[in-house]
Design a binder for this molecule. Structure first.
Ligand code: KIV
Length: 293
């Protein structure tokens, strides 16, 4: 495979995710954020992101599983539908969960169709290359844009130690670069590159024409993606080295809930302003009728 920089368009063509392709063409950084329900999708849209990903990271940050391998198609579809209701005019990418696309091209197309038809996705994302290349081709041939995902592949991680940067040695870096080129040739409309050295992600970006969106992949890519709960401090566990917190959402929400609980216990809530009035005559009539009963 020729891994020299090139400029040919992807098989699916840039129009598969036109706003992202246009941003890459103009050299404007792409902002992708995950969202998993109506309110987080509304926040992402109001914040002006370019694309929303309903990631299978929902398994961890929303459903409390230890692994993204644990979320089912139906669980992720339900969250994706809710996110879709919160986003208008912004492309929505649905993650295909573990086990829902690997077995065969037919399975991959059936699952991808569910995410488009039942949840309104504009594109689907799947992890890996190699044996997944025919799956990408099949989904693209069915008319559904695909976002690839290389580098750290959470669906392939089976122990906590597996969450580590990829492509730090020559052979692995060359493999990730070759995988990226192969994914574009198979028709991917965009690519997520997770947890690889910045220099390797830059080499990928120079060798494909599809938009490359990094997470822990440095600044030499076309855009960045982060998990909503990591970005806004909603989780209470370990976060990866590449996460920068822009809010302490958990502290804000916890403090609000605690102050309300304190107010209920001390009688400061509810006040007059939180209650519905009733006309004195109506109340007197009710009392009279109750008295009669
Ligand atoms: O599931 C997810 O949220 C993802 C992003 C981290 C890219 O795949």
């Amino acid at each position: 495979m020729n891994l020299a920089p090139r400029a040919a368009p992807s098989a699916a063509g840039p129009s598969a995710l036109p706003t992202l392709a246009a941003l890459r063409a103009r050299g404007v950084p792409i902002v992708m954020l995950t969202a998993y329900d109506y309110p987080t999708a509304r926040i992402a849209q109001a914040a002006g992101v370019d694309v929303v990903l309903v990631g299978d990271s929902a398994a961890n940050v929303v459903l409390g599983y230890n692994s993204t391998r644990d979320i089912s198609i139906d669980e992720l579809l339900m969250l994706t539908r809710a996110a879709r209701r919160g986003v208008q005019g912004v492309p929505l990418v649905g993650d295909l969960p573990f086990g829902s696309y690997e077995p065969s091209d037919a399975t991959a197309v059936i699952t991808a169709r569910r995410f488009v038809e039942e949840a309104g996705c504009d594109a689907v994302k799947l992890e890996g290359a190699g044996a997944m290349i025919p799956r990408v081709r099949a989904i693209v041939a069915a008319g559904i844009p695909v976002v690839g995902h290389v580098g750290l592949l959470p669906q392939s991680v089976v122990t906590p130690e597996g969450y580590r940067a990829q492509g730090r040695d020559v052979e692995q870096a060359l493999q990730i670069i070759a995988d990226s080129v192969a994914l574009e040739a198979a028709g991917c409309a965009a690519l997520v590159v997770e947890a690889v050295p910045a220099a390797v992600a830059t080499l990928i970006t120079e060798r494909v024409t599809m938009p490359v969106i990094g997470i822990g992949a440095g600044a030499g890519v076309d855009g960045q993606v982060l998990v909503f709960h990591d970005l806004l401090g909603l989780g209470d566990g370990h976060v990866a080295k590449f996460v920068q917190r822009y809010a302490d959402g958990r502290a804000v929400l916890e403090s609000g809930a605690r102050r309300w609980a304190d107010d209920v216990r001390s009688g400061r809530y509810p006040t007059e302003s939180h209650t519905y009035a009733i006309a004195p005559e109506a109340l007197a009539a009710i009392s009279e009728r109750l008295g009669r009963g």
